[in-house]
Design a protein around this ligand. Sequence first.
Ligand code: GSH
Length: 215
Amino acid sequence: VKPVLHNYFRSSASYRVRIALALKGIDYEYAAYHLRKNDHLSASFLALNPQGLLPALQWEGEVLLTQSLAILEFLEEIQPSPALLPVDPAERARVRSLSLMIACEVHPLNNLRVLQELRTRFGADEASVAEWFRHWVNTTFAPLEQQLSGSTETGDFAHGNTPTFADICIVAQVANNARFKVDMAPYPTIGRIHAKCMEVEAFQSAAPARQPDAE
Ligand SMILES: N[C@@H](CCC(=O)N[C@@H](CS)C(=O)NCC(=O)O)C(=O)O
């Protein structure tokens, strides 16, 4: 049975999983949920994933996997090649740390439901919402840039010369940043890593614009 990826073209957490699946050459069925139309809050999806968050990966018709980084870890374990984590434990920790800077410190604060809450509970206008978004990106992208540019570990990618979880998280976040017009000029290293990743077909084929539900 083909795995089914419940996702949305613009969802950056979904984009992370699409990149990992593409890098590992795992074929899957694409199940689209329109976030703006609240498809992810439908009774049928909540029955699958009570968190009401995308992505969710149905593996071989059985287990439903949620949380993009847990899914990445799962894929790495069942199909170790090509490796998306280094071998050395300290290096693995570094890659996970870079990934979590985005997945834990940036993404949750800028999630759709948080931005909606700013609008409805606090009456924020679109300019303030965009400022909020950029604020939380900049708060973490500044130290991220520093860590990436100051490290001897840094090759062409975020860690070494092949893509890892860190590159996956960076590329998905940079795609979101573009929608909110984040100025990337202060982040030349992140920009360079992003450009390097986009030379890889798996990153391109997983991109929002290439998905069947893209608008
Ligand atoms: N930590 C979760 C985040 C999942 C998540 O928040 N996904 C977003 C789309 S990128 C979502 O479903 N948002 C729905 C909402 O905000 O209502 C993961 O990494 O999978």
